[in-house]
Design a protein around this ligand. Sequence first.
Ligand code: NAP
Length: 281
Amino acid sequence: MTAQIINGKEIAQQFCDDLAQQIKQLKKMPKLAVILVGDNPASLIYVRNKQKKAQEIGMECEVFHFAELAQENEIVTLIEQLNMDKSVNGIIVQLPMPKHLNETHILETVQQDKDVDAFKQVMSGALWQKKAPWASATPQGVLLLLKKYVDNLCGKHAVIIGRSNIVGKPMAALLLNEDCTVTISHSKTIGLKDIVKTGDIVVVACGVPRLVKKDWVKPGAVIIDVGISKVDGKLCGDVDFDEVKDVAGAITPVPGGVGPMTIAMLLKNTYTAYLKQMDNL
Ligand code: NAP
């Protein structure tokens, strides 16, 4: 079997083209504020890509770039100003932040109706209760890909590798909300390979390059690789793509799979936040 290659880049582009059409109908441009602290090379690229895509679809995106040694109160003060600023619809803080900063405190400062990354604790809780206005961008992008490649998610066994607050846990909630049977695994899981082999769907987000091998995968399973690592100067995911594509039913490549979907969903969340804020005026 040779897997269908899930072209996240193309699906994200179609999604953004549709979003651009919807934005054209609005009275004013939605605006996303991005806070970046320090010069982490990967973060600089992610932020640049977000800004470029936002501008492409007619959304304003302002980046607030702090020095590596910025003080927490400076960042908190800016977030409080952005919370009050009616021209700003969404606020994100690019992670990871330098170690001297209290990430939780900074993320919790973002006003809930502008938390377009859905990283606040209240947003995580709302997602598990099916009451969230939107979910974190990456798992939401994964779900959109799965809906295109799995006929009916109901009852399917989804195995997730990774339990982070930004990918693994919200992914589990979203798939549970779609009536999948969900198994969440992590670094302490015993017998991971055998568990993965029972998955009709496998979402891998652990940051361990090429962890998932051909003999871990049920023939025909849909494999979504969220991981991004650099090995020998080249990007690769958490799945051994060259091996696994011979067994899986469908698989995302790295790059060109989940990454572009993440940006598309972030912009969609900002658009949704804009609509909700306009409704509440
Ligand atoms: P994270 O916060 O470091 O979490 C990693 C998770 O994987 C943890 O739950 C950890 O378990 C688990 N894990 C680590 N080693 C494992 C192993 N050998 N077997 C099973 N589980 C293992 O990472 P993250 O933020 O979720 O990101 C995961 C990956 O996705 C990274 O490569 C990141 O760069 C990438 N990412 C990509 C996008 C995108 O848009 N494509 C977005 C976000 C993240 P414990 O909880 O036990 O430590």
